[in-house]
Design a protein around this ligand. Structure first.
Ligand SMILES: [Zn+2]
Length: 169
């Protein structure tokens, strides 16, 4: 079985507090890939960036003082186009999800594809964690289903992942 990890496709990263035109533009591509994986009977997982009211006191809040993805708010929910999809949700309070890595280590996936936002923060963080957790499993990233903080840092992250043997398509 293959695994598709959909990273942080939440309202606040699409058209909310930290949204961007680039993130909005990938939603149809992301939706299509989820449908393809699910129609083929593959596994699909969604990560949810999840903060509490004390966000501004956290390390992330000090570096990025913009309230976002506060648990239970509309901005924390998946984009409205993706909300209805079945699939396990992994809440995470920082960039990478260690719980997700335990999950992938317990299952014999033949490949792991990562898509979503932001290419240069949470996609790259989780892609490198997957690579470390299950080094013999091919790890892929689809650039048409990812968006970065800026187009330049999106490209930089894709290049960094290529250097680490992640198959960027
Ligand atoms: Zn966050």
């Amino acid at each position: 079985m293959k695994l598709l990890i959909v990273v942080d496709m939440q309202k606040d990263f699409i058209d909310g507090a930290l949204g961007s035109p680039e993130a909005q533009a990938i939603v149809p591509n992301v939706k299509k890939m989820i449908e393809e994986y699910q129609e083929a009977g593959e596994d699909v997982i969604f990560t949810l960036d999840t903060h509490d009211e004390n966000y501004m006191e956290t390390q992330e809040g000090k570096n990025l003082p913009v309230l976002h993805c506060i648990r239970g708010t509309d901005g924390w929910e998946l984009d409205s186009a993706l909300r209805e999809f079945q699939g396990k949700r992994f809440e995470k309070n920082t960039f990478g999800s260690t719980a997700l890595m335990e999950y992938v280590q317990e299952r014999p996936y033949e490949s792991v594809m990562l898509i979503g936002v932001c290419t240069d923060i949470c996609v790259i963080s989780n892609a490198l964690l997957v690579k470390a957790a299950i080094p013999e499993v091919p790890v892929l990233v689809d650039s048409s289903c990812c968006a970065g903080v800026s187009p330049e840092s999106h490209e930089n992250a894709l290049n960094a992942m290529k250097m680490c043997h992640i198959a960027v398509q």
